[in-house]
Design a protein around this ligand. Structure first.
Ligand code: UDP
Length: 339
């Protein structure tokens, strides 16, 4: 297919874009490089710009005869979203509305959207199924929830076929260490642990050890970024075959959870080095346990994650961090990112 990838220079978007290229699809990436990295996408597929730039997006759609959109572009820092909600509603919700309008005006009616398990919020029900109650508990999650609803409404009214993918914790890197995770600031556990092992940080702060989990630390479902890429390709294929107005929602995780301490132990076992860490206070808003039920994606898309062992996921991330301790080249970072 011919696919417009918004945010395709970012972490998950970049892996999905490169996977689509390798699978023989034609892609055009639109990314404003506020968070993404030019080096992660071949230049001939890349357009620097805003998804809300109607003229740019319409031109890319026209010139590439685009049939479907994969929409990754978004701000994704929970803490910043609570402090500066207007930026999150503008960038995530309002700009997606503009993107959807441009798609409709250009006759493109297929979309795969990057949503998040954090739209479920705190719930006792585990593992989380696609029809579990959604109660987003922070602004970032609420913007993703708004977009889900907007796409579903547009689907019903204007015949968009769509897939909403609710990711659990994206992690890992290319097996050869060529591409990986580079957020600034970095807030995610696995890169923070690996940066500590590289001596770039003194120690890892473990946010609370008094949760109702076996070792007292929070449990998350870590899903390898290449497995996320493969489900995007399957999802876009589903949209291609679907009747207008049809939609699907899939959780994307492995179905098994790992605690913060298990992540630290996995990194120690991969590298043979001890991870300096200290237990600190809980981080506000962290649910004790988030684990996906992924039966639906297996059943309906035939998707199967290749990486199921946490150690294997961490090993790929370590390869990237060891080879690229400073991440991607810096020249395009424009200071527009959240502090
Ligand atoms: N975490 C931690 N120390 C850190 C960063 C994260 O203990 O410096 C914990 C966090 O509380 C959560 C888990 O690691 O339980 C994963 O956090 P991350 O920010 O990577 O992803 P999230 O689950 O918040 O999307």
């Amino acid at each position: 297919m011919r696919i417009l990838v918004t945010g395709g220079a970012g972490y998950v978007g970049g892996f999905a874009a490169r996977h689509l290229l390798a699978a023989g699809h034609e892609i055009a990436v639109v990314d404003n490089l506020s968070e993404g990295h030019r080096a992660s996408i071949p230049a001939e597929h890349f357009y620097e710009g805003e998804i809300a730039d109607r003229a740019l997006v319409a031109r890319v759609i026209r010139e590439h005869d685009i049939e479907a959109v994969m929409h990754f572009a978004a701000f994704a820092y929970v803490g910043v979203s609570m402090e500066r909600p207007r930026e999150y509603y503008r960038n995530n919700v309002a700009d997606t509305l503009t993107l959807l309008e441009t798609m409709l005006d250009s006759g493109v009616k297929r979309i795969v959207f990057s949503s998040t398990c954090s739209t479920y919020g705190e719930t006792a029900e585990m593992p989380l199924c696609e029809d579990s109650l959604q109660q987003p508990s922070n602004t970032y999650a609420f913007t993703k929830y708004c977009i889900e609803r907007m796409i579903q409404d547009f689907s019903r009214a204007y015949g968009l076929s769509h897939v909403l993918l609710r990711y659990f914790n994206a992690a890992g890197a290319a097996a050869d260490g060529s591409y990986g995770e580079d957020h600034r600031p970095e807030t995610h556990l696995i890169p923070l642990v690996l940066q500590t092992l590289l001596g770039q940080r003194d120690k890892v702060s473990v946010f609370g050890d008094d949760y109702p989990t076996p070792d007292g630390t929070c449990i998350r479902d870590y899903i390898h970024v290449e497995d996320l890429a493969t489900i995007h390709a399957l999802a876009i294929g589903w949209c291609g075959d679907a009747k207008p107005g049809r939609g699907q929602v899939f959780n994307v995780g492995t179905g098994s959870g790992s605690s913060v301490m298990e992540v630290i132990r996995a990194a120690e076992s991969v590298t043979g080095r001890a991870v300096p860490h200290e237990i600190v206070a809980r981080r506000a808003g962290d649910p004790p346990r988030l684990v996906a039920s992924c039966d639906k994606a297996r059943r309906e898309l035939g998707w199967e994650p290749r990486y199921v062992a946490l150690k294997d996921i961490v090993a790929t991330a370590w390869k990237w961090h060891e080879k690229h301790p400073d991440g991607y080249p810096d020249e395009d970072r424009d200071g527009g990112k959240p502090e």
